[in-house]
Design a protein around this ligand. Structure first.
Ligand SMILES: [Zn+2]
Length: 337
């Protein structure tokens, strides 16, 4: 989206229910696979230091689920993680991917979601299939209590960053809120909901003062805090049904009826898996020549299945020799420089 385009959209401001008719026209448009930014403004149309995002995942969510039959508790947790990954990665300036990963040694082994700057999302789960019926009767929090929740930021350029999200609170939203406040010092509120139909969510985030000099002004700080508390109070009335079924315009005008909300153009989200022959070959290369040859000796071929998209990769002896030779040539070319 061009900057001019964004500015054009930024002129679309609504207050209370005055835009209800327009919202109805848009009603079906926003309810599927989109992320929308919004901002609050004061009565002088100055931006308040609070931003928000709304996400509706439908096809994106269903395409992830096509590759696995998950017990409902894991399906809904994976959906909430997907919604959270889109809401949080949309707050970053980084060009790259955010990975949310919960690992455990119990019946649940792994939940992993990756969302990149273009809102391409992929996700998968692993669990002990002999315990599927126990999982179905468990609360999500009991499945992850002794696990580890890791957030990774993997920029296209520069080094990856990893943070540990404490398993505290009863929900994924609470865990991530605690993490954002304690590890990143950013006040962030999240509302996540997921059922068999869709995965949706809303984020509010308090920004450091926008004006620059406001930080020096005690009154401005108090006003900012006041606004932050007020918006959270209002947002907290949101229900799962509203998050899933109301288009952004109607939802925001209902929650923040007395406030000026500036809503930006929806951005599409989609399921996308970045796996390909080259990435699988590099992964195999890391296993080493000895290991690969022993698999070939035993099975006559090396088969790899992508957990995210279920795509099948097959390497025979010739392919394997070629991928190992590629490694050699990479080493030679590195050595030359
Ligand atoms: Zn894949």
């Amino acid at each position: 989206m061009t900057k001019a385009h964004a500015i054009a959209w930024a002129f679309f401001i609504f207050n209370g229910f005055s835009m209800a008719t327009f919202a109805k026209m848009q009603a079906m448009k926003n309810l599927t696979d989109t992320l929308q930014h919004f901002l609050f403004e004061d009565k002088f149309n100055n931006a308040m230091p609070i931003r928000g995002n709304l996400v509706y995942l439908n096809d994106t969510y269903h395409q992830v689920l096509q590759h696995q039959t998950l017990p409902p508790v894991l399906k809904h947790a994976l959906g909430e993680l997907m919604a959270a990954s889109a809401l949080l990665s949309a707050t970053l300036k980084m060009d790259g991917a955010m990975v949310l990963q919960i690992q455990s040694k119990g019946a649940l082994k792994l939940l992993v979601v990756e969302c990149n700057s273009d809102l391409n999302i992929r996700a998968t789960a692993k669990w002990d299939e002999t315990q599927t019926s126990q999982i179905a009767e468990s609360h999500f929090i009991d499945l992850v209590r002794n696990g580890q929740f890791v957030i990774t930021l993997d920029p296209k350029e520069g080094e990856a960053y990893q943070g540990i999200v404490p398993i505290e609170g009863d929900t994924i939203a609470e865990m991530l809120q605690n993490y954002m406040l304690r590890s990143q010092q950013i006040d962030t509120s999240l509302w996540l909901t997921c059922d068999d139909k869709s995965a949706c969510g809303m984020l509010l985030q308090k920004l450091p003062d926008i004006g620059g000099t406001a930080a020096l002004n005690k009154k401005a700080i108090e006003q900012d805090l006041d606004a932050w508390n007020r918006m959270n109070y209002l947002a907290n009335t949101v229900t799962a049904d509203e998050l899933q079924n109301l288009p952004a315009e109607i939802l925001l005008s209902r929650l923040f009826a007395e406030e000026n909300v500036r809503l930006f153009e929806p951005k599409p989200t989609q399921f996308y898996c970045s796996c390909n022959q080259t990435s699988v070959a590099s992964m195999l290369r890391m296993l080493g020549e000895e290991e690969l040859n022993s698999i070939l000796a035993e099975l006559g071929k090396i088969e790899v299945n992508c957990d995210f998209c279920n795509k099948h990769y097959l390497f025979d002896a010739v392919d394997t020799a070629a991928l190992l030779a590629t490694e050699a040539s990479v080493h030679i070319s590195t050595a030359k420089h």
